[in-house]
Design a protein around this ligand. Structure first.
Ligand code: ADP
Length: 333
């Protein structure tokens, strides 16, 4: 027919309008051509196109002839766009794989920590029995050694429990069990739990609750775990002065602040301490014990309930940790 004759080459000479390139062939064939990997085609398939693809590092090419009433006017190439889509898909696939791997890690840690607790509880339990039953018969040195076994066992148990908590959250195995909660009553329980950790005489525990605290709809156990964690940190890191617990409500959210007059936190550590195993003082000469997991768990639990935990501090003067939570928990859609 009239349209089948050869089309004059591109005046710049770059694009022979024939079957030797993808664009050329799409024009002569008058339909779109998609080549997934132009560098991989046979040498005689698109000789000109392949050469250019190798030179320019192109792979995927989509060529669409621009036709008017069946007559080719030109050709539209979408090389770069397609390459970007391919890379984007590749990255998406990679991050999906990473997510799966990370979930496997969390699952493994959750199962492992659960299994480790059984023998460890036996070690702790039997150490206690021996200490109780044989204190008179043992040399003081041996009794001391048993105390060290017990202390190490308890530290290990605390670590394992924290890792279990953390990996359960990460594996998505932690659910929010919200119920109606009277906040002052829960805060009182937290205070009573932590009171023995506050240095007697040197540190005052002060409570300031807003008179008009609304009833909350929240996971009481998680709320308690977070507040106890913040209070026991404050007690641990404060040698004199006060530990102050405040609760306020405004605009549908509750702020529970724990302020202390303790050692404080250097500005460059304020964010880091919320990460797993991070402690402001990571040196081996560290005075204060701990696992470095408490705040990581507290923040994750708070976020799970639609809130957060944040920190402010002045090194040497004290710190304030603030838990904010919606008054009424609403499950994410
Ligand atoms: P742990 O207390 O078991 O080390 P956390 O995650 O609870 O772990 O805390 C991480 C670190 O944050 C602590 O080791 C400490 O350096 C710092 N920190 C937390 N709370 C306080 C506080 N109230 N005052 C000073 N430092 C704090």
């Amino acid at each position: 027919g009239a349209h089948d004759g050869p089309i004059p080459p591109d005046p710049r000479g770059a694009w022979p309008a024939d079957a030797t390139s993808v664009t050329g062939r799409s024009v002569t064939a008058r339909h779109a051509i998609h080549v997934a990997d132009l560098q991989a085609v046979a040498d005689d398939e698109y000789p000109v196109g392949k050469r250019q693809a190798l030179e320019l590092g192109e792979r995927t090419v989509l060529a669409t002839p621009l036709l008017r009433e069946g007559e080719p006017l030109g050709v539209d190439q979408a090389v770069i766009a397609i390459e970007n889509v391919r890379l984007f898909n590749e990255i998406q696939e990679k991050s999906r794989q990473l997510e799966i791997a990370s979930r496997h890690k969390s699952e493994f840690l959750a199962n492992m920590s659960h299994e480790l607790r059984t023998p460890l509880n036996a070690i702790i339990g039997f150490t206690r029995i021996v200490m109780r039953r044989s204190q008179e018969k043992l040399e003081p040195q041996q009794y001391d050694n048993l105390e060290k076994i017990l202390a190490s066992g308890q530290h290990l148990l605390a670590l394992i429990n924290s890792i279990l908590d953390l990996s359960k959250i990460e594996a998505g195995r932690v659910e929010v069990n919200a119920g109606e909660v009277a906040l002052p009553a829960v805060l009182e329980q937290c205070v009573r739990t932590v009171e023995p950790l506050v240095k007697p005489d040197a540190v005052h525990l002060v409570k300031e609750y807003d008179a008009a605290l609304p009833p909350m709809y929240v996971d009481e156990e998680k709320l308690r775990q977070i507040v106890i964690n913040l209070l026991s940190n404050a007690a641990k890191f404060t040698e004199r002065g006060s530990v102050r617990l405040r609760a306020q409500a405004s605009n549908g959210s509750v702020a529970i602040a724990v302020s202390d007059t303790g050692i404080g936190i250097p500005p460059d550590k304020l964010d880091v301490i919320f990460e797993e195993f991070e402690q402001a003082d990571a040196s081996s000469t560290r005075i204060y014990g701990g696992t470095g997991l408490g705040l990581a768990i507290a923040r994750r639990l708070a976020r799970l309930m639609g809130g957060d935990v944040t920190a402010e501090s002045v090194l040497g003067s004290g710190s304030t940790f603030r838990l904010t939570l919606p008054v009424r928990y609403r499950a994410a859609a």
